[in-house]
Design a binder for this molecule. Structure first.
Ligand code: URP
Ligand code: ZN
Ligand code: ZN
Length: 467
């Protein structure tokens, strides 16, 4: 199955790369191909797809006085189990730090620890003359996109002047500007007022981060991008009004893109409000505290996200994998939702959760491949090597069994370093059967054969979506 169609085929792999895609039973130079190879993976009755590419992950991200709980080792192992064979993680430049130093630290965390191939985007947390100069040179190092935050004042936040300057670098270099589009300063006022009024439960995180603040910031990012001529990619879109902004700009011919995440397709603010358990009581809702927040189902945001994936107003699905444990991490926000570290862990479940969209008729089989692998590769300069099954491409391949079944949850298929699952109890019609990373079988049924250090750093080219 590719982004554009499906056919019965044999895929011939030679070492780390794909040599040929053949009609079943083909003969090459007079020899029966199937009879002359070292090993056959029988995919009869199953889908053969390019390995998943998760273009938004945060291994070991420092946040709110703690650090995302998956290391590059545990996070990429979980990814492999779930049919994802490449990640693009965010190297962080913190305030007061040089980009070079932040990036070097990220290379150090990842090198020798990944089970699958990995690349980086750069988070720009401190816009100044020096960091802008460094940013310009990052494409030479294979880093062709950077993320800025209109949210989190005092942490990652950039103001409009800083964003404008960085976007000029984006325009000049062809680097993609990735935007966390939420009006942070306004959100922080609302959050303070909620806490002052005694509304401290996790649910109020989503009330403070109102969709108006996402719509407004998305619009502002679009206008700054228009003004500067920067290509724009809005991350973790959850509000239907933000999608409307993206659709409006795209209809006018502007080069803007958006991703959403499984949590914004399936989970809701109402679920979070109703959440209560024996261990955490009403603090149970902290399991789903992320930014942008879960949105109201009654308002129809989830429905709009699926629709936008069909109409191509949104182009991709990434996880924004940013796991924290309840114990010692999420619980930092007991009594004050602002102190709950933001993030949900889903890297292991993205391919399965999106395949459910095929089962329920929300998207086609081909669109599933496009949203999870082919477009991420094209968007972020990996296409040809990744995101496609064709001669010369890396042999990153997933055999997916539509007749298999996956029960999601802690202790079931869960290999992420978390003490809970944001997806506990989800039942998937479908199962990752076999996973190959550059020709090596790393998942064979329930057996894991990958190893830390197998994954290599991917130098990316410019986005194929530049105009
Ligand atoms: O809640 C989230 N999304 N945490 C990770 C940081 C970010 O903003 O992507
Ligand atoms: Zn973000
Ligand atoms: Zn993120």
């Amino acid at each position: 199955v590719s982004a554009t169609g499906r056919a019965a085929a044999d895929v011939l792999i030679d070492g780390e790369t794909i040599r040929a895609v053949l009609e079943p039973g083909s003969h090459l130079l007079g020899t029966d191909v199937a009879a002359s190879v070292d090993r056959v993976v029988d995919a009869t009755g199953k889908y053969v797809i390019p390995g998943g590419i998760d273009a938004h992950t945060h291994m070991q991200l420092p946040f709110g006085g703690t650090e995302a709980s998956d290391t590059f080792e545990t996070g990429t192992r979980a990814a492999a189990h779930g049919g994802t064979t490449s990640i693009i993680d965010f190297a962080v430049q913190t305030y007061g730090q040089r980009i070079e130093d932040g990036l070097a630290a990220w290379h150090e965390k990842a090198a020798g620890n990944c089970a699958i191939d990995y690349a980086f985007h750069q988070i720009v947390g401190d816009v100044n003359e020096a960091s802008l100069a460094t940013l310009r040179k990052l494409p030479d190092e294979g880093i062709t996109s950077f993320k800025m935050f209109m949210a989190y004042p005092g942490v990652f936040y950039s103001d409009d002047a800083q964003i404008l300057k960085a976007m000029q670098v984006s325009r000049d270099t062809g680097m993609l500007t990735m935007m966390h589009a939420e009006n942070g300063p306004a959100i922080d006022v609302l959050a303070q007022q909620l806490v002052d009024a005694g509304n401290t439960d996790p649910y109020y995180h989503g009330i403070a981060r109102a969709w108006e603040m996402e719509e407004e910031a998305t619009h502002r990012a679009i206008m700054l991008a228009k003004l500067t001529g920067a290509p724009l990619y809005v991350v973790h879109v959850s509000a239907k009004q933000a999608v409307e902004q993206l659709a409006w700009a795209r209809d006018k011919g502007q080069n803007v893109f958006g991703e959403t995440c499984p949590q914004y397709l399936y989970l809701s603010l109402e679920d979070q409000l109703g959440a209560s358990g024996p261990e955490w009581g009403s603090f149970e809702g902290a399991k789903w505290v992320c930014s942008t927040p879960l949105r109201s189902r009654a308002e129809g945001h989830q429905h709009s996200m699926w629709q936008a994936l069909r109409t191509n107003d949104l182009q991709m699905v990434s996880t924004d994998h940013c796991p924290f444990c309840m114990k010692d991490q999420k619980e930092l926000g007991l009594g004050d939702f602002r102190k709950i570290p933001n993030g949900i862990g889903s890297i292991e479940h993205r391919m399965d959760l999106m395949y459910q969209g095929v089962v329920t008729g929300e998207i086609t089989l081909e669109r599933w491949v496009e949203l999870t692998s082919t477009t991420p590769a094209r968007m972020f300069g990996l296409y040809g090597r990744k995101g496609v099954i064709q001669p010369g491409a890396d042999a990153d391949i997933v055999v997916y069994d539509p007749n298999g079944h996956t029960s999601i949850g802690l202790g079931k298929t869960h290999h992420m370093n978390m003490d809970y699952s944001a997806w506990e109890g989800y039942e998937i019609d479908g199962k990752v059967d076999t996973v190959l990373s550059r020709g090596k079988v790393i998942v064979d049924g329930d057996e894991y054969l990958g190893a830390k250090g197998d994954g290599r750093f991917l130098k990316r080219g410019l986005s194929q979506y530049l105009i």
